[in-house]
Ligand binder design. Structure first.
Ligand SMILES: *[C@@H]1O[C@H](CO)[C@@H](O)[C@H](O)[C@H]1NC(C)=O
Ligand SMILES: *[C@@H]1O[C@H](CO)[C@@H](O)[C@H](O)[C@H]1NC(C)=O
Length: 249
């Protein structure tokens, strides 16, 4: 009795310690379970949106997982507010490809993150906007009359996002901007790689408009001239810390 009683107490202690280590349990929502296909020719937009709803409406912590493989999607809204108690996580390990049909972009941008408070985008994966077919339609807004100036879809639009971390991902071949952040607060881009061939026409990569506390660190920008532009007065903008901006011009 004495010995087994002690063993039980030890076991219980291990259990509690384990729980404390693991923190709160997290609901994992995998896009494959919602019908997404690892096929670069088959649209998975609806599956992604249903999976997002399941994660965002979860009352426990939730993580949307995009596993390895190639997925094709058109324009999508990752809209909040979410019910998760803490930040919602999107973990992308594979490659997400943008549809190359211009009529898919009536919402102006490719992936729109909106009204999120606490948000993480991680996983080592790639967002490939496949912009090549759109590039010939780029008008340089600096030299064209305003009405004639067409903004091509950004890879990411952050609109009213608060406390966001975007880390360890690659944005490739943006149609227009890589990142367009507006009306957002406390956004960190860390170890983000922006890449496109040297003949891509995009001059500007990240546009920050009406934001505060935007930190960009260890981020590599392999194309573009302006790299980061701040449109409206933004406060507390940390400089591009330890970031490289390589221009081909
Ligand atoms: C980036 O993500 C990959 C894949 O999940 C992971 O193996 C790697 O450790 C991550 N790197 C960093 C710096 O977090
Ligand atoms: C900024 O966002 C990060 C990541 O969500 C969070 O940990 C941090 O507390 C936020 N900072 C402020 C001042 O709210």
């Amino acid at each position: 009795m004495g010995v087994s009683g002690k063993a039980c107490v030890v076991l219980m202690f291990v259990c509690f310690a384990g729980l404390a280590y693991c923190g709160v349990s997290e609901k994992i929502v995998n896009v494959l379970d919602f019908g997404a296909k690892t096929d670069p020719k088959v649209q998975s937009t609806e599956a992604f949106m249903h999976a997002w709803q399941a994660a965002c409406k979860s009352k426990e912590q939730a993580r949307l997982v995009v596993p390895k493989g190639q997925f094709l999607v058109s324009s999508m809204f990752f809209a909040g507010p979410c019910l998760t108690p803490g930040p919602i996580t999107i973990q992308v390990e594979g490659t997400i490809l943008a549809s190359t049909d211009p009529s898919d972009y009536v919402n102006a941008d490719w992936l729109i993150f909106q009204e999120l408070s606490g948000f993480k985008l991680i996983g080592g994966g790639t967002f490939d906007a496949q912009g090549k077919s759109m590039w010939p339609h780029t008008f340089d807004c600096d030299y064209r009359p305003f009405s004639d100036c067409v903004r091509l879809p950004s890879t990411f639009q952050f609109n009213t996002v608060k406390d966001g971390v975007i880390e360890n991902i690659t944005l490739a071949n943006a149609m227009g901007l890589d990142v367009y952040a507006m009306r957002s607060k406390n956004i960190t881009l860390n170890s983000v790689k922006l890449t496109a061939p040297s003949d891509s026409p995009n001059n500007e990569n990240i546009r920050i408009e009406d934001c505060s506390n935007v930190v960009i660190s260890q981020t590599t920008i392999q194309h573009g001239k302006d790299c980061v532009s701040v449109v409206k007065p933004a406060t507390n903008l940390a400089p591009l810390t330890r970031s490289k901006c390589t221009s081909f011009d």
